[in-house]
Design a protein around this ligand. Structure first.
Ligand code: 5AD
Ligand code: SF4
Length: 334
């Protein structure tokens, strides 16, 4: 899509939704891929202005799950039928890579075919290579915003180009690569959204995660105005048109902003959900933003809840590996 086509759709939301959901059902039927999300540590070296677990927030309780705890959660999820796990933590370049390798190896011992996704921020090329060799299949790292100046401001002095370079490295190493952005960040306009879509299209991400920015207490942006869900819905639908083969999750942030946020995203082009399987009592410390849903549920309950939400919009949960069609076609032609 070019800039004008994106603009056209932004001003015609009904047409946009219809086109995106048609593409989605042609490619995925009524199926929604399920991933289990384990937030294994909320330690973070960075100080993103928008994030509740930024290093500067001294009010939260920091944690790091032990290898044993993670193994137990992974086993329970596997027995429940979940074949893709997403391991997420804050960004900690100081964490020895071997620690993450141990974790991945433990999970692969359960079943070599489990798809392991990691989301732990920027690391060196050689660290990414070590992770790939250890069996990490997918890597998620949002670029957050395509506006270089705003990126530097919001991520407290970091550079967008470094993030994009890390993403290039992941791709070169053969990971299935996920990225994405927030909608409604401070200093953003419609132009930013358009540029975000164009950036995703240029990079051809295999997965694109989009969610509304939700001002978080105890952060410098606590009093910033909350945007509506519409921006996120439009963004998801635009990505479905720009990158039909990419996986698009219906995000927790969307559900935290409006109760039916995930169902809405799933009718605007999203095809994945990521129930949070971090144990109750721990996940309440992974508060990137307030009112995060699922904090008080065990994962079996979350999945049941999601299954009935899916049913309410005529869809069903799919527990297969759900490799990105974009990744599959990339691998077939490389
Ligand atoms: N509101 C919404 N999303 C947020 N994230 C971080 N802080 C917030 C917030 N306040 C998102 C970022 C990050 C992902 C893990 O969570 O996009 O990449
Ligand atoms: Fe750390 Fe990620 Fe939060 Fe930034 S968004 S402070 S890198 S956890």
């Amino acid at each position: 899509m070019d800039r004008d086509e994106i603009k056209y759709y932004i001003n015609k939301p009904e047409t946009l939704k219809e086109r995106a959901s048609k593409i989605c059902s042609e490619l995925y039927g009524n199926r929604i891929f399920v991933r289990g999300l384990i937030e294994f540590s909320n330690l973070c070296d960075e100080n993103c202005l928008y994030c509740g677990i930024r290093k500067g927030n001294r009010k939260i309780k920091r944690y790091k799950l032990s290898l044993k705890e993670i193994e137990e959660i992974a086993k329970r999820a596997y027995e429940f039928g979940i074949k893709t796990l997403v391991l997420q933590s804050g960004e900690r370049g100081s964490e020895p890579i071997q620690k993450i390798v141990e974790l991945v190896e433990k999970i692969r011992e359960i079943d070599q075919n489990i798809r392991v996704t990691l989301s732990a921020g920027i690391r060196s090329y050689s660290d990414y290579k070590i992770l790939k060799d250890a069996g990490v299949n997918r890597y998620l790292m949002r670029f957050e915003t395509s506006d270089e100046d705003n990126y530097k401001f919001l991520r407290d002095g970091l550079f967008l180009k470094d993030r994009l370079l890390a993403i290039d490295n992941l791709r070169e190493l053969g990971f299935e690569v996920g990225s994405g952005f927030m909608t409604g960040l401070p200093n953003e306009t419609e132009e930013t959204l358009i540029n975000n879509i164009l950036l995703c299209q240029k990079y051809g991400f295999d997965m694109v995660g989009i969610g509304p920015f939700i001002p978080s207490p105890d952060t410098p942006l606590a009093d910033f105005e909350q945007s509506g869900i519409e921006l996120t819905l439009k963004a998801a639908a635009l990505i479905r048109i720009a990158l039909p083969l990419s996986n698009i999750p219906a995000t927790t942030a969307a559900a935290s902003l409006v109760p039916n946020g995930r169902e809405l995203m799933l009718t605007w082009g999203a095809n994945v959900i990521m129930p949070n399987i971090t144990p109750k009592g721990i996940k309440e410390n992974y508060l990137l933003y307030p009112n995060k849903v699922c904090i008080n549920e065990d994962f079996e309950e979350s999945i049941k809840d999601m299954s009935s939400r899916a049913e309410s919009i005529g869809k069903v949960l799919d527990f297969s590996y759900g490799d990105s069609k974009s990744f599959i076609s990339r691998m077939a032609t490389s």
